[in-house]
Structures are given as C-alpha cells and as structure tokens.
Design a protein around this ligand. Sequence first.
Ligand SMILES: NC(=O)C1=CN([C@@H]2O[C@H](COP(=O)(O)OP(=O)(O)OC[C@H]3O[C@@H](n4cnc5c(N)ncnc54)[C@H](OP(=O)(O)O)[C@@H]3O)[C@@H](O)[C@H]2O)C=CC1
Ligand SMILES: O=C1OC[C@@H](O)[C@H](O)[C@H]1O
Length: 403
Amino acid sequence: MAPKVVRWGMMATGGIVQTFTKDLLVDPKTRGVEDVCHVVTAVASSSSKDSADRFVANFVEGKQGDTKCSAYASYKELVQDSNVDIIYVGTPHSHHYQNCRLALEHNKPILCEKALTVNAEQAKTLIDEARKRNLFFMEAVWTRYFPLSIEVRQAIQDGKIGEVIRVSADLSIGEIPEDKFDEGHRMVNLDLAGGVLLDLGIYALTWLFQTIYHTLPKEKRRAPTVLGTAMTSEPRTGADEATTILLNFPVSTPSGRSSTHGVASAALRAHFDFERDSDQATPAVRIFGDQGEIQVFGPIYRPSRYRITYRDKQKQTEDKTFEFPGGIHGMSWEGDEAARCWLVGKLESETMSWDESLVIMKTMDNVRKQGNLKYPDDIESTEYPIDLKKRDPSKHVQTENRD
Ligand SMILES: NC(=O)C1=CN([C@@H]2O[C@H](COP(=O)(O)OP(=O)(O)OC[C@H]3O[C@@H](n4cnc5c(N)ncnc54)[C@H](OP(=O)(O)O)[C@@H]3O)[C@@H](O)[C@H]2O)C=CC1
Ligand SMILES: O=C1OC[C@@H](O)[C@H](O)[C@H]1O
C-alpha cells in the first residue's frame, strides 16, 4: 500500500526547524518506514518573507518532487493555510505558549519543540485547549523515539537488570558561556527562557522519567518529589548555568521497595565526558538495577551506544551501537510518530503523553521555585494573545546544532 502523505507547516526558520525539515524529507524507507511519508507545504518566518523564501529554496525545493511549499512572513498566515495538516513549532520555548495558542485557535494539530512551555500552568492550558478542540498535540522530545531509547525501556520492562534502584543522567556541554553565547543567545537570555534547566536539564529529566516513570503501567505512575536542587546563575544574565536535581519516585516493587531515586544534572561549563570519543568513554546515563546496570553513552539527547552489565559474572556484557539511517540527525522518528498519531485521530502520543509532559513541567517549576529562578512576567503568563517583547532579528544569533 502507498504510504499516507502528511503535509507539514514549519513555524520559524531557525536552527532546529532546518534540522527537522532535512530529516523529515529523507526517504522514510531508508529507516524501514513504509506507512507514512512527509512533505512540507508551508513555512513561516516572523522576521521576513525573505527568510521564509530562503528556507524553502535551501531545505525544501527539489526534495519533495512536485509538491509546492508556500513561504509566509507571519505565523498567522501559516496557521490559516488549508494545505497544512500539522504545524511544527520551532521557536524558542519562551514563545511556545503564544505560538501554540495561535495554531490551536486555528484548529491546527501541533508538534512543539521542547521544552513544551515555560511552566506547567501554560502546558496545562494548551493541553486543555487541544483536548477541547479535539486536536493532536505533542512535545517534540525526539530522543524518546530513538530505537535505542525504545530498546532500553524494553530491557527495563523485561527485567533484564532486575528492579531499578537509581538512575543518574547528565547533560553538561563543556562550553564557557562568556565565550560561546553572547547575552542575547537563547541559551542564556532570560527573555527567551534561557538557561540549562529548560534547554538541557530536560534531557536528563527525560532519561529519569522514561526509565523510571514511563516503564511502569499507567495506573502505577506517580509524580516524584523534588528532594533537593542546586542552581548556579550565569554571571551576566542570571539564567541558570548549572542545575542539579534529586528526585524520589514513589514505586511499589515485588521486593517491597517504595522509592526509586533519580539524579539529574546539566551544566554549561562542565562536560558530560571529555573522553566521549575514545575507548575511555564513561556513561552519561546510568540505570542501576539490583541485577545489573544499563549505561548509555552521551550526548544523551542523541545517544548511539548503550551497554548492559550484569551482577552475575556468567552473563556476558552486552554492547550495542546504533546508526542514523539515511544520514538523518535523528528527528525523523518523532515526525513519523506525530504523523501516525494524527492520521488515526489520536490526540496524544503514548510515548510522550500529556500526563508526562505535564509532570515534567511541574518538576521543573518546583526546581525553579527552589532555585528562585523566574522569567519575565510576559513569558510566564497564560494570557493570550500577548505581544511578547519585540526583538531585532538582525541581532538574532541562530543556534548551530551540535551532535
Ligand atoms: N530537539 C533538539 O535537538 C533541539 C531543540 N531545540 C529547541 O528548539 C527551539 C528553538 O531553538 P533553535 O532552533 O536552536 O533556535 P534558533 O534561535 O536557531 O531559532 C529560533 C527561531 O524562532 C523564531 N523566533 C520567533 N521569535 C523569536 C524571538 N523573539 N527570538 C528568537 N527567535 C525567534 C526565529 O525564526 P523566524 O525569524 O523565522 O520566525 C528563529 O530563527 C527551542 O525551544 C529549543 O529548546 C533547539 C535545538 C535542538
Ligand atoms: O535540544 C537541544 O539538544 C541539542 C543541544 O545542542 C541544544 O542546545 C538543545 O536545545
């Protein structure tokens, strides 16, 4: 049977939208996907029509046969385009709430970049709105859809390492912020909800949640308590440049244990593993079970290798490495998932459910409260519409993507 075609509309023309578009337009058959395929039928830039035109010329034209792609100079025109099935929101997370409200208001399903919003109240408002309007809505946490992540979750559910006692996960990127990011960069700019918690810490939390919380049957999933946090401010902007979090997940195991611990960390100046490309590499995620351990090698947003070691020395250590088929960066799998969900009329993806997005946002709210980290009132607000602070697009520093 011919694959079903899903028509995407891209909201923004920045770094991540470019990467996502490139991945989406790689032939799905290269990754064994036969049921869906993707085209990009519209792109919008809030800075200029020129930027949207350039995007179409560089990333879309010539990559999807005869399918045409419109270029718009406003997000409003994009959400009004009837040739678009689903919108990918790739703006800074400070803007997700306003941008998603706009799309939902025009009855468009959404795949929205992480972090879903700035706070849990905004996330809940969007979820309620999507539910009310019967629209698909998903946080684009790409890593969850990697074959590697699926296998690791399955290994835990199969009991390969016994009961999970503790999980630690780190995403520290080893950059000197004063050299790497000017004060306007989204990584450190509070007006764009900059800082490591929402940008990088969310991956460490993703690993804790997908291995401890998500591997339980739905009715047994309980929000963790936040036992402790440490937060360091970036000297120029006050954004968090290092955050460490200790979580306690309530569980109920056959052996009578009632909690599983999670330790999540993220930082700009430290690095998860300076030896990452050598045979001295150390794992950035460690899932400690009572019968063994699963180690995932970083960067944890795009891991390609894991190892399982066993208490029982008769059992062989297992090492597994993954390829990125068709030369993809790794974002196509979440695109396939969103397309499939939308095609069958699902409102949410099981793998990144509304419940889990919300629990994670609540956890991050709690961490920020303890660290006394606030963003400007307009980006914390649930009011809609708000004209967020104007920027000068000529001063915008576009993110380059790391591998
Ligand atoms: N999943 C992943 O691997 C990654 C996810 N991300 C997430 O994607 C989002 C965007 O990041 P990224 O693409 O790196 O950022 P960029 O700065 O490269 O691009 C963001 C784009 O958003 C649009 N935009 C709208 N309003 C603003 C504003 N006030 N300031 C700046 N840009 C604005 C601009 O596009 P235009 O002018 O065309 O409207 C801009 O190019 C973030 O939420 C981030 O967390 C980022 C990197 C990797
Ligand atoms: O989501 C992300 O993943 C990759 C990182 O390089 C980037 O800063 C972050 O936003």
